[in-house]
Ligand binder design. Structure first.
Ligand SMILES: *Cc1c(COP(=O)(O)O)cnc(C)c1O
Length: 455
């Protein structure tokens, strides 16, 4: 047995290090133990001195008891499904904190007899307030759940009439027609890929019709010899008309003239609108249902509604998104390009003064998340050598940009301005010497840092 092996510090001795003991309270024993065992292994292998074991274990601690890592979205894709879609506003984050304990989500604190109250009434009132046209509203797990509930409650064992031009695949193999059919509803496809007329729908109606469904194609456009039937015309058919608008604009937005919105759709005569809460609305994952009171009541009363209901955290974040300040997704959509260019110039100044090769580039951001595929949002980016892509992804927080030839573009339209110092620190930490004396990014970061190493 070698000296090193004999000198491996004991587990209980390491665990009693004040920093590791403190981390045990925030991270739990298993994670701290793992860091300790890893450090002991390295001492045993001769890769670490016994005196450095505690220090190494502290350095190896995860920052929070989650394997999810904070990411700076510098891709220029506003609603990036693989990066968790909409970042929440500070107001929504605070609402999450409030709701994370026991809370009156379904309890009436004002009545003397402790009484049950309507679940999530604050969030529902906020949604109804944002779209006065809607007689009633309901919230479920996501838009896919909203569609499943609609199909089951309005057309289970019956028929949904839908245009062949709107049978879309949204992403990651998620095909709307397959979801709808999985509920037991039968799809009656009308029209052709490129052209569908009101008469096509009218011919398909019958005693088994549960509803007509209009789906926003979201992530593609058809051009050329095309025709589809607007909501106002479909509303004349005399059967429930459901409009899946997808990305969740509640009212028209000037930057996205072709994107449908809930208020307009209801004004045009849709009986129900379904949408996602975490696309352009900029809130938590949720499925929003808005429209006729009797239909919403049928959905709420269906047994499936319970399986699709949202938790208190979603309700809290949704309410804050609706009544609070504009969420980051909205800022990203509306920030003037000149402001982005100025931020890019300031970052490039700092980087070049630290010896990092960087320049300002114009860029083109996108809505993403299956919305407004034809819309280009002019933007500004910091261009860096492509070799930095990997080290940036490995940092804390991770930074994800877009590769363009031999350059890595960090598009600032999707980076909230208050994250610029975090981004700069991450860039300096990832770039090779000579500067390398940059502060560790986590000291200025905005991500979760429940760690024993914090002061
Ligand atoms: C994104 C999208 C969906 C799915 O919404 P989720 O909230 O991700 O379940 C459904 N329909 C349309 C038109 C969409 O764009």
């Amino acid at each position: 047995m070698t000296d090193a092996r004999r000198r491996v510090p004991r587990t209980d001795v390491l665990l009693s290090d004040p920093r590791l003991a403190a981390a045990e309270r925030t991270l739990g024993r298993a994670l701290v133990r793992k860091a300790v065992v890893d450090a002991q292994e390295r001492v045993r292998a001769g890769a670490l001195s016994p005196e450095s074991a505690a220090e190494a274990a502290v350095a190896a601690l995860p920052r929070a008891a989650t394997t999810l890592r904070p990411v700076v979205n510098a891709t220029g894709v506003l609603v990036h499904t693989n990066l968790g879609r909409a970042p929440l506003s500070p107001a929504a984050v605070e609402a999450l904190r409030v709701a994370s304990g026991t809370t009156d989500v379904e309890f009436d604190l004002t009545s003397t007899a402790a009484r049950r109250a309507r679940r999530g009434r604050g969030a529902l009132a906020a949604l109804a307030g944002a779209v006065p046209r809607a007689e009633a509203v309901h919230v479920v797990n996501n838009n896919a759940a909203a569609l499943a509930l609609v199909a089951t409650a309005l057309a289970g064992g019956r028929e949904i009439v839908v245009s062949r031009g709107e049978l879309v695949e949204i992403g990651d193999g998620f095909r709307l027609p397959e979801l709808l059919e999985s509920t037991g509803a039968r799809l009656v496809e009308v029209g052709t890929t490129n052209r569908t007329h009101l008469a096509d729908y009218a011919r398909a109606l019958g005693p088994d019709t549960g509803c007509v469904l209009k789906i926003h194609p979201s992530n593609f456009i058809t051009t050329g010899f095309v025709a589809s039937v607007p909501v106002a015309q479909l509303a004349t058919l005399g059967v429930p008309l459901v409009h899946d608008i997808g990305s969740g604009l509640l009212a028209p937005h000037p930057a996205l003239p072709a994107e449908p919105d809930a208020a307009t759709s209801l004004a045009d005569g849709a009986d129900l609108v379904t949408a996602s809460g975490d696309k352009l609305l900029g809130g938590p994952q949720a499925g929003l249902l808005l429209g006729r009171r009797d239909l919403i009541e049928r959905l709420r009363a269906h047994p499936l509604a319970r399986a699709l209901r949202v938790d208190k955290l979603t309700l809290a974040a949704l309410e804050a998104t609706l009544i609070g300040p504009p969420p980051p997704t909205r800022d990203a959509l509306e920030t003037p390009t000149a402001a982005l260019a100025a931020r890019a110039a300031a970052l490039v100044d700092r980087l070049t003064s630290e010896g990092v090769a960087a320049e300002v580039r114009t860029s083109e951001a996108r809505v993403g998340g299956g919305g407004a595929p034809e819309v280009v949002l002019p933007s500004a980016a910091v261009a860096l050598p492509a070799a930095l892509a990997l080290p940036l992804r490995a940092g804390h927080p991770a930074v994800v940009g877009r590769l363009h030839g031999d350059r890595l573009l960090l598009d600032l339209r999707t980076v909230p301005e208050e994250d610029d110092p975090t981004l700069l620190a991450a860039l300096l930490a990832a770039a090779p010497a000579p500067h390398a004396t940059a502060p560790a990014p986590h000291t200025t970061g905005t991500g979760p840092h429940a760690t024993g190493t914090a002061p």
